[in-house]
Write a protein that binds this ligand. Structure first.
Ligand code: NAP
Length: 227
């Protein structure tokens, strides 16, 4: 039987492409996002399951895990992909709300979902958690302190999680995509990765042989030199 996959941020960009690719490979997928119309079109296009949730609300983050598990029967693979960078600013100009929103969506929600998933997966001694970080967690850039803080945090959390999860036979992967041409930023960046290419590398981690755990996978467009 194919493994089941729960994907956050499935309505756009990398998560949408990942849903399409996994559904085409026969994986039962449950996707979530906030945009109901985009989610419904994805369900119609791929046959995936799904429901909307605002991951900035911790209650909704925990509840959507329960809904995914109920709809899929169990969650074999969790992909924490939802994220945003709504504010690039020098530190003196940062407002409290900027920190709070990005903490809630980019760090707190994936941590909560990892907790829910590990509670489940530990009991079965099987499962796989994939956290979408960013190459921003491997560099430093002016005006990116809010987003970088959350992604560095997610990197640290994922490293600790990997050590705990291996004790119960659960795989943990951090992927570090470089610039990808999605709705993530308002301007178009055709020189960046296609969303489908970024998603394909996540499929690569998910479909690795059973005896392999990919702990980290970093990939960039050729124009990116932050390494
Ligand atoms: N694009 C890049 O250059 C790049 C590079 C490295 C890493 N990443 C990471 O890759 C992941 C996907 O990014 P992307 O480029 O595919 O971005 P995107 O096209 O903007 O898609 C972001 C997804 O996250 C969801 N989302 C945002 N806020 C949410 C909230 N409050 N509650 C629930 N869902 C929410 C959006 O759903 P709705 O619109 O339906 O709310 C959407 O499906 C993110 O974690 C990002 O940090 C991106």
């Amino acid at each position: 039987m194919k493994k089941t996959v729960f994907i956050t941020g499935a309505t756009r960009g990398i998560g949408r492409e990942l849903t399409k690719q996994l559904a085409a490979l026969g994986f039962p997928v449950f996707g979530t996002g906030r945009d109901e119309a985009r989610l419904e079109s994805l369900k119609a296009e791929t046959g995936c399951l799904g429901a909307v949730a605002d991951l900035s609300d911790p209650g909704q983050a925990v509840e959507i895990y329960r809904r995914a598990r109920a709809a899929l029967g169990r969650v074999d693979i969790l992909v924490n992909n939802a994220g945003l960078n709504n504010r690039k600013a020098p530190v003196p100009e940062i407002e409290l709300a900027d920190w709070e929103l990005q903490y809630a969506v980019n760090l707190r929600a994936p941590m909560l979902l990892c907790r829910e998933a590990l509670r489940d997966m530990a009991g079965r001694r099987a499962g796989h958690i994939v956290n979408v970080v960013s190459t921003i967690a491997k560099t430093a850039q002016p005006n990116y302190s809010i987003y970088s803080t959350m992604k560095y945090g997610l990197m640290g959390f994922t490293k600790c999680l990997a050590k705990e999860a291996r004790e119960v036979d659960v795989k943990v992967t951090a992927v570090y995509p470089g610039g990808t041409d999605t709705d993530f930023r308002t301007e178009e960046r055709p020189e960046y990765l296609l969303a489908e290419s970024a998603a394909k590398m996540i499929v690569h981690c998910i479909t690795a042989p059973d005896d392999v755990v990919v702990h980290d996978l970093t990939y960039r467009p050729m124009v990116e030199s932050n390494f």
